[in-house]
Design a protein around this ligand. Structure first.
Ligand code: NAD
Length: 357
């Protein structure tokens, strides 16, 4: 096998560990930040307020109105508020929605972001931003939105409800799988991707058995860090495209949509990406990666079909053409009929077998 790749490391620092939140002030000092605005969703306002208190004079205020998919009016409001406060950085505490708001602020005002992730979505490791205006979400890549530093404290994930924890963990597995067969995959990213899937394979069933298992929380957050780094370094394929189109148009929850679609898209792609499929098999400790991934997700207390998300077959007519028209890279070519077959399988949750391309 020839080894031939391009790889660029992203410039950021990471502090990981139980209790790491206590180092947040030191992280701000190391980056010369003295007037931070703390961002959260309304649901995590109390945690945001605790962090404002913990940061003392380094924090100038709390903006607790982050929302899913970063609506442009919320971004505008937060940018104005940060400017009024004279903020010199954002501390984004939460999942992809809150970190996404930090990115929208950074894109327009160049404030650096310090991210404190509390889900496994992985946005903190990527230079990818998203903004929603008039019901349509645009995304892009810009180095200014990559957080300067990330503080991972597994203790902060204890409050994440079990179902969201498991679905967010499967979201991380999806990043790792698509990184394994990405056109810009590289040996180091493939190692990280395989390890991310392995960490989630160990962590998620343990979390399901005991939501308070601190070792499992630590392992899941470790897996999400690796998977997020894979997402940030590579170009995602059919799975992410389908999730983007379906969740964006039908306003479906992000992690649930990933969880429902992943076994179906992987069943479609696996035969065209044998090295990636072999890595998934090793990580899951199974012989058949497609059946193994499907059984792994089936064993979790998560959403298993689009019907469980209240999607009706009549809602899905737009999907195939929308996906195929603007498809990202993918290991095998995709027709509208392929997308229709995948979406119909996801509607019921029955995984199809796909012949070799
Ligand atoms: P989320 O950020 O929307 O969080 C879901 C809910 O859980 C929110 O109400 C949040 O306040 C709450 N929550 C989060 N952590 C919690 C905790 N520890 N305890 C209690 N409640 C908690 O969900 P998400 O799945 O993390 O992020 C989804 C969004 O992130 C989507 O908009 C997606 O497009 C985006 N995303 C972007 C990237 C990127 O690279 N740009 C990567 C992944 C996801």
């Amino acid at each position: 096998m020839t080894v031939d790749f391009t790889y660029a490391a992203l410039p950021m620092s990471v502090r990981f560990g139980s209790g790491a939140l206590t180092c947040l002030a030191d992280v701000l000092d190391a980056h010369g930040i003295s007037r931070a605005i703390v961002l959260t969703t309304p649901e995590q306002q109390e945690l945001g307020q605790q962090i404002v208190t913990q940061l003392g004079t380094r924090a100038v205020g709390l903006y607790a109105n982050a929302r899913m998919h970063v609506p442009i009016d919320v971004a505008d409001d937060a940018i104005r508020y940060a400017a009024d406060l004279g903020a010199d950085a954002c501390v984004a505490v939460g999942g992809g929605s809150t970190i996404g708001l930090g990115k929208a602020i950074a894109l327009r005002s160049a404030l650096p972001i310090i991210a404190v992730p509390t889900t496994y979505a992985g946005s903190e490791m990527t230079p990818v931003w998203g903004l929603t205006a008039d019901g349509s979400k645009s995304t892009g890549r810009d180095p200014r939105v990559l957080p300067a530093a990330v503080v991972y404290d597994p203790d902060l994930t204890r409050t994440l409800p079990l179902k969201i924890s498991l679905e967010s963990g499967v979201n991380a597995i999806a990043h790792a799988i698509e990184a394994l067969y990405a056109p810009d995959a590289s040996p180091i990213i493939s190692l990280m991707a395989e390890e991310a899937i392995r960490a989630m394979r160990e962590a998620l069933p343990a979390l399901q058995a005991d939501r308070a298992d601190s070792r499992a929380r630590e392992k899941a957050l470790y897996g999400s860090w690796l998977a997020g780094a894979c997402l940030g370094a590579t170009t995602m394929g059919l799975h992410h495209k389908m999730c983007h189109v379906l969740a964006g148009t039908l306003d479906l929850p992000h992690a649930s949509t990933h969880t429902v679609l992943l076994p179906h898209v992987f069943a479609f792609n696996a035969t065209a990406a044998p090295a990636a499929a072999a890595a998934v098999a090793r990580a899951l400790d199974v012989v058949d990666p497609v059946a193994g991934l499907s059984a792994f997700i089936a064993g979790l207390d998560v959403t298993h079909s689009l019907r469980d998300l209240a999607v009706d077959e009549r809602d899905l007519g737009f999907c195939a053409s929308a996906v195929v028209e603007t498809l990202y890279s993918n290991p095998r070519s995709v027709t509208e009929a392929d997308v229709e077959a995948i979406v119909l399988a996801a509607l019921t949750g029955d995984v199809l077998t796909h012949p070799n391309p």
